[in-house]
Design a protein around this ligand. Structure first.
Ligand code: NAD
Length: 483
């Protein structure tokens, strides 16, 4: 019997409650099964964005006056409540944007870890005592909240990315106006409900649903915010960065990637192939840190490609709720059309080395994983972010040549080298113009306690996660005291 799953009505969330629901702006269908309605969205208007910002300013007075320990206690409760709802939220997010259920459950787990990590920061030492040049003067630096923080997030990590911004912003004493991606609105709404159930005071997180060009733009251009943290595409991020710079609002923009993996002659080819397949094809390649360029030394090209093709037998294209799914559909029609353009380009302008032959009965946004070769470094397949299950392979003949290939990209988010030679590993860690550099590990998967961010067009050069986020979400005061 076909299971009937309840649909969700999602609206903005202001001052601890759902806003009045008027007409439906968008119906959300499961990208794994397009006949399955997952929920309805009701978008905010600009007056509601102003209301959200006002609620955040009102809540700020009390929230920043609480001790770090008390704020931390709220974050621990948020983590515990999220743990209670882990499976339910993972299922909703997976049905909303098509991430395989196993990965989505892991992502909610990451959200819980982030909340606990930052909860502990409420009682850790921050700041420095700076020796004064005068007698009997105590001089020190302390970190203070910025105020109301605007948060704009993409759809590809619907739970972890919002939490890796929200949790550090909150522990530092800020309040939030959050604009999630349209394709992740249902999970955003449910997260707000869960956090309220956990005891988060009203107005501390306010969430506005809507289109980026309307609601997001209004938040960036007009709202009374003191800081803006954005993750999304480079084209959107660079526009947002210039608006924030003109308004003199503290900002960070984490953006796209075109991440390279390098396979040296000494590499363990089987484990390199497994890591590269995982980096390229999990989440259907829709990770900013996904592997999308592979450079293989000419001496091991044939052996590596044999290992990679063998690995592809495990790469199953399935509906996202199938536990055997390695990759599911792409998230939306927009994504499907965007990636299909590159697939067509690959099939006409490159040589296809491997195409998965899985056939799916369901009607969804399925794209078969593709491995291609035969294009130069300046070809769009090598330079543009595809954000789908396509990886391009090219050979090289020396370390100097490959490092020039890796660094030729406009992006600099993540990258890996596969080698058993320590000297090559260290050279790559030094030479790659990349924010997250890895040895014998896939390009994706940076841990939550470590700084996350890129170089060049991938980032505005601040870092997220770990201790770095605490620097970003605070202002520094230099204090000097004489009695
Ligand atoms: P996107 O830029 O289209 O949208 C991101 C967010 O910005 C959404 O909430 C959207 O509604 C909003 N937005 C769009 N236009 C806006 C505007 N003019 N003003 C204000 N807000 C606006 O990106 P996407 O398609 O949601 O996400 C995919 C992109 O995100 C990829 O490029 C990927 O590499 C990148 N990404 C980067 C990281 C990272 O940490 N570097 C992580 C995940 C995703």
């Amino acid at each position: 019997m076909k299971q009937t799953i309840a649909t969700i009505h999602a609206s903005s969330w202001i001052n601890g409650m759902a806003t009045t629901i008027g007409h439906v702006d968008k119906y959300m269908y499961n990208p794994s099964r397009l006949s399955e309605l997952v929920g309805h969205l009701h978008y905010a208007n600009t007056a509601q964005v102003e209301e959200a910002e006002a609620a955040a300013h009102t809540a700020l007075k009390q929230w920043k006056a609480m001790t770090g320990e008390a704020r931390g206690a709220v974050l621990y409760q948020m983590a515990n409540k999220l743990e209670e709802h882990k499976d339910e939220l993972a299922q909703l997010a997976s049905r909303e944007m098509g991430k395989p259920i196993k990965e989505m459950t892991g992502e909610v787990g990451r959200g819980i870890q982030l909340l606990r990590y930052y909860a502990g920061e409420g009682v850790r030492a921050h700041g420095d005592v700076i020796p004064s040049s005068q007698h009997q003067v105590l001089q020190y630096k302390k970190h203070v909240p910025l105020g109301v923080v605007g948060v704009i997030t993409p759809w590809n990590f619907p739970v972890a990315i919002p939490i890796w911004k929200i949790a550090p912003a909150l522990i530092c004493g800020n309040t939030i106006v959050w604009k999630p991606a349209e394709q992740a609105s249902l999970s955003a709404f449910r997260l707000c409900e869960i956090f309220k159930e956990a005891g988060l005071p009203d107005g501390v997180i306010n969430m506005v649903l809507g289109k980026g060009q309307e609601v997001g733009r209004f938040l960036v251009e007009k709202a009374n915010i003191q800081c803006l943290s954005f993750t999304g595409s480079t084209v959107t991020g660079t526009t947002i960065a210039s608006t924030c710079a003109a308004r003199n609002i503290k900002y960070q923009t984490e953006m796209g990637g075109k991440n390279a993996a390098v396979v040296m002659p000494s590499a363990d080819l089987k484990s390199a192939a497994a890591a590269i397949a995982s980096g390229a094809f999990r989440s259907a390649g829709q990770k900013c840190t996904a592997t999308s360029r592979v450079y293989v030394h000419e001496d091991v090209q044939d052996a590596f490609l044999t290992a990679l093709k063998a690995e592809m037998t495990a790469v199953k294209l399935r509906p996202a709720d199938d536990p055997s799914c390695y990759l599911g559909p792409v998230a939306s029609k927009v994504q499907f059309d965007h990636v299909t353009d590159y697939i067509n380009m690959a099939q006409t302008e490159a040589t296809v080395l491997y195409e998965n032959d899985d056939t799916i009965q369901e009607d969804g946004y399925y794209i078969r994983p593709l491995i291609v070769t035969g294009v130069d470094n300046d070809h769009p397949l090598m330079t543009e972010e595809i954000f789908g299950p396509v990886v391009v392979v090219k050979t090289f003949s020396s370390y100097d040549e490959v490092i020039s290939f890796v660094n030729a990209s406009d992006y600099g988010l993540s990258g890996s080298i596969f080698t058993t030679t320590l000297d090559e590993a260290h050279r790559f860690l030094d030479d790659a113009n990349i924010g997250m550099v890895r040895v014998n590990l896939e390009t994706a998967g940076v841990e939550y306690q470590a700084p996350f961010g890129g170089m060049k067009q991938s980032s505005s050069h601040t870092r997220e996660q770990g201790q770095a986020a605490l620097q970003f979400f605070t202002n520094v005061k230099t204090c000097a005291v004489k009695f």
